[in-house]
Ligand binder design. Structure first.
Ligand code: GDP
Length: 531
């Protein structure tokens, strides 16, 4: 099958069927930013590759926390990039790459239908890739692998395929194969399209059967190419052929070898995404999944970002539409609060630019400016009481008490903590006894970001103090009396999260174990679904 011609003409599709909403997962430095730039450039969305980074740097000068991001060379913010190509609308949800921000990243993955996994051919599967892959697997998100940096010395391609297959317990299928590598990189074989290209993207040969390439006179003269073609034969014998159904079920990943930096295999990546990645899928929800062709509008908030623009002090809720055709000015109900809101200024994101969204369908992401009415996990509908499920909160791994240096600023602190908790920068807990604020994060860097943002955006200097707790667990029980008994006996260790749900703070795993033994009817949860 030719990836390019496999794309159905856009006019035969319902609008939502032309949406491809995806994320790129990778370990820092594998080449995600570079690939993002090149995909945008290849689609024609931006003329000048480098714009993504360029823009990001401009923004980075705006506030202190962006400064942290710049200094450490990591990407904390996540944004949405929409581009059009071959009659399809691609929504790329950028995920922060640093492990400290995995919580935010995980939630972003609840809003995509497909993913690209970028790996560095010299390094193979790295820790962060593995973690993110596991999240994709939970939702059976189909993944196309981009094995990047073939222009540099790397592992043997067959070894890379073996590593993906064994580490991820996933079927792999080579679809774009490198000829040579490093300084000896000679081109690529697009197996599904029947095309061999030179490193500069020029078509070099076309073929019907990949086996025939080894008989090509020009190739026969080149030992590097012949070795790669032999390797390709081994790979084709040892790994399954690409199967679209199995890919869609999340059990097989097609692998494209390329170089984001040198734009090698980038058009192939884009074509594969357009041809193979699924249209918007049904959204898990209660009482039943939301079908994307349901005419009534529904969607959910997967991310909230406050103060995106320091000049406007705005707060944007990123909403992934699950069904219906949303129109600007529509009234939508927040199912959690029961309140209606008129959505008069919804936004679309092109690159890092925003523009007013007039109309959006399932798969699209709209940004809704608000003053705190929308939180991560909220479901928005035209009135129906549906609740999107599967958007988790994770138990924090570092717990600290917030110390306010200026007691006059208690009110601003409450506001700042509430805003940033909604964004998912940190989780905020209030002790049941005393008035302390406790913050919970999954990584040290998150604390630095929190402190720096509260200082620069709210003008409230704070510090963090160690506290006698190591673990936090949400507690639930069918037996309400038992739950109440647990809470009253352990008052000093109890806190409430932002939504008023009880959280048990344990001094150590020993204490947690004891509580679990003493209260077998109480569940101690490490993740909580929102609301
Ligand atoms: P990210 O952290 O995953 O977003 O990675 P970047 O896109 O920022 O890339 C990390 C580094 O690898 C940068 O110095 C890139 O220039 C470099 N890089 C990315 N793709 C390639 C490639 O295909 N070949 C080579 N040689 N370097 C690359």
């Amino acid at each position: 099958m030719n990836a390019l011609t496999a794309t159905a003409p856009a006019e035969k599709l319902l609008p939502y069927q032309s949406r491809r909403t995806f994320a790129i997962i990778s370990h820092p430095d594998a080449g995600k930013t570079t690939l993002t730039e090149k995909l945008l450039a290849s689609s024609g969305a931006i003329q000048q590759a480098g714009q993504v980074r360029h823009r990001a740097n401009q923004r980075a000068t705006r506030s202190d926390w962006m400064e942290i991001e710049r200094q450490r060379g990591i990407s904390i913010t996540s944004s949405v990039m929409t581009f059009e190509h071959l009659g399809l609308t691609f929504n790329l949800l950028d995920t922060p790459g640093h492990s400290d921000f995995s919580e935010d990243t995980y939630r972003t993955l609840t809003a995509v239908d497909a993913a690209i996994m970028v790996i560095d051919v010299a390094k193979g599967i790295e820790a962060q890739t593995l973690k993110l892959f596991e999240v994709c697997r939970l939702r059976d998100i189909p993944i196309i692998t981009f094995a990047n940096k073939v222009d540099r010395e790397g592992k043997d391609p067959v070894e890379i395929l073996d590593e993906i297959a064994s580490t991820l317990a996933l079927d792999v299928s080579p679809v774009v194969w490198p000829l040579g590598g490093g300084v000896d990189f000679k081109g690529i074989v697009d197996i599904t399209a029947g095309v061999v290209k030179r490193p500069n993207g020029e078509v070099w040969k076309t073929f019907t059967n990949v086996e025939d390439l080894a008989r090509d006179n020009e190739f026969a003269m080149d030992p590097v190419i012949m070795a790669s073609l032999e390797n390709l034969e081994l790979a084709r014998a040892g790994f399954p052929a690409f199967d679209h159904e199995i890919y869609l079920a999340g059990h097989l990943t097609p692998v494209i070898f390329g170089s984001a930096l040198k734009s090698v295999s980038v058009p192939e990546m884009l074509a594969a995404l357009g041809a193979w990645a699924p249209e918007p899928r049904p959204q898990p929800a209660e009482p039943k999944p939301i079908e994307p062709n349901d005419p009534k509008v529904s969607g959910f908030v997967f991310k909230v970002q406050a103060n995106m623009d320091a000049n406007h002090r705005d707060r944007i809720a990123f909403v992934r539409l699950s069904s219906g055709t949303f129109k600007r000015g529509m009234r939508l109900k927040n199912v959690r609060t029961g309140k209606d809101m008129a959505v008069s200024n919804p936004m679309f994101f092109f690159g890092h630019d925003r523009e007013l969204a007039e109309e959006a369908v399932a798969g699209d992401i709209v940004g809704i400016p608000n003053h705190g009415a929308l939180s991560v996990g909220d479901t928005l509908t035209e009135g129906a009481s549906i609740k999107v499920t599967g958007i988790p909160n994770f138990a924090p791994e570092i717990i600290r008490r917030v110390r306010l240096t200026d007691p006059m600023k208690a009110k601003q602190l409450a506001k700042a903590l509430s805003d940033l908790a909604e964004e998912g920068v940190a989780q905020i807990f209030r002790r049941m006894v005393g008035a302390d604020y406790i913050v919970g994060v999954v990584g040290q860097l998150q604390l630095e970001v929190l402190q720096s943002r509260i200082n620069s955006e709210y003008n409230v200097p704070i510090s963090f103090e160690s506290i006698n707790f190591e673990l936090a667990r949400w507690i639930v029980s069918e037996d309400k009396a038992e739950l109440a008994r647990f809470i009253s006996t352990n008052k000093l260790e109890m806190a409430e999260d932002k939504y008023g749900d009880p959280v048990y703070l344990a001094q150590s795993t020993w204490w947690l174990g004891r509580a679990e033994r003493d209260y077998p009817k109480v569940q101690f949860l490490t993740t909580k679904e929102r609301h």
